[in-house]
Design a protein around this ligand. Structure first.
Ligand code: FAD
Length: 299
């Protein structure tokens, strides 16, 4: 029997027929039948146990790498932020952090605790859960290099402790068991020694500001870099910077960024992506693969 969402007994926030535009950094997409923001891990478990396993559930953090279809989503979108905020630093240099914590908070907190390795996360505008799902990375660092163990939640609300070797991890791709999501991770970091020069978060952020259209609505890099190549360079060489479809435009500042100039729809973005893929394919014989995830296609 289908669950009547309005009767669910949860402590977090359930909202209905909700516009998704404010939940993603592109600011596009239709409405979700229901959005659930759990208060904490117990609340999330309770929700999943009550919500019939046959009904769709989508998972999101801060929506900084997601395209939400204009047609919207039926079922429930679970948003881990601002719930799932647990974070604790241990004496052995490990950090336990829940999926809804912002990457920037983890990066800065780690440095404050004299731990290094996650500074690259300071400019990634997503959650730890999103970074785990994407194997987010920057400036030569990547999320999974530092992961020691994971806490997952199943569709029926069971918590499972997992080891790193149970996942297949590569560049911006992580294969998890079907119907399991990240609830928390333990990271193992190294100490910044007294005489060691720490990586400066301020400098990393300045580099980003210089090369990326910060302040405009975007989703970071739209395409993955093909092996040994740079998607941005290929798109630029094809003369595509500034190309528009509706309100979506290839950023004049960074060719692998698509910006919403104000009135873009998800369809505009999808069409612009298709133009980029076909033009680059014609010129280079290489098919660019989206880094951005379309909610509804991929969990
Ligand atoms: C200005 C800008 C700069 C960026 N720079 C970088 C960069 O340098 N490097 C980089 O790698 N990325 C970058 N990104 C992309 C993005 O910030 C990262 O991919 C980030 O890790 C996504 O986190 P999120 O919480 O926003 O995830 P979302 O966009 O909400 O979700 C992304 C994917 O993860 C899944 N997901 C989210 N949470 C969970 C969970 N708890 N369990 C299982 N699956 C989950 C979603 O279903 C979806 O498939 C940038 C984006 C922007 C807008």
């Amino acid at each position: 029997m289908l669950t009547d969402l309005k009767t669910l007994d949860v402590r977090g926030k359930l909202s209905f027929d909700e516009s998704m535009t404010s939940y993603n950094t592109w600011g596009v997409g239709g409405r979700a039948q229901c959005v659930f923001r759990p208060a904490d891990v117990d609340d999330l478990q309770s929700f999943l146990k009550q919500y019939n396993a046959e009904q769709p559930v989508y998972w999101m953090g801060l929506g900084s790498n997601i395209l939400i279809p204009d047609e919207g989503l039926s079922g429930v979108v679970v948003i881990s932020h601002p719930g799932l905020q647990g974070i604790s630093y241990k004496d052995d240099g490990s950090v336990y952090v829940e999926a809804g914590v912002a990457c920037s908070k983890l990066a800065r907190g780690s440095v404050k605790h004299d731990l290094q390795g996650l500074e690259f996360m300071a400019g990634i505008p997503g959650t730890v859960g999103g970074a785990l799902a994407m194997n987010a990375g920057a400036f030569g660092g990547s999320t999974w290099e530092h992961v020691r163990s994971l806490k997952m939640i199943t569709r029926s609300g069971e918590l499972e402790q997992r080891q790193v070797d149970e996942f297949k991890v590569s560049y911006r791709t992580v294969e998890t068991a079907a119907d399991e999501w990240f609830v928390a991770a333990e990271f193992k970091l190294s100490r910044i020694e007294v005489n060691e020069e720490a990586v400066s978060i301020r400098e990393l952020l300045a580099k980003r500001n210089h090369s990326q259209p910060i302040g405009e609505k975007n989703c970071g890099s739209v395409f993955k870099n093909p092996p040994g190549l740079f998607a941005a360079e290929m798109i630029q060489q094809c003369g595509l910077k500034g190309l528009k479809v509706g309100g979506a435009e290839i950023s004049p500042k960074h060719a692998n960024f698509i910006i919403n100039t104000g009135s873009a729809s998800a369809t505009d973005i999808t069409e612009l992506m298709a133009k980029i893929i076909s033009t680059v394919k014609k010129q280079y014989g290489v098919e660019l693969q989206p880094e951005v995830r379309t909610l509804g296609d991929v969990k």
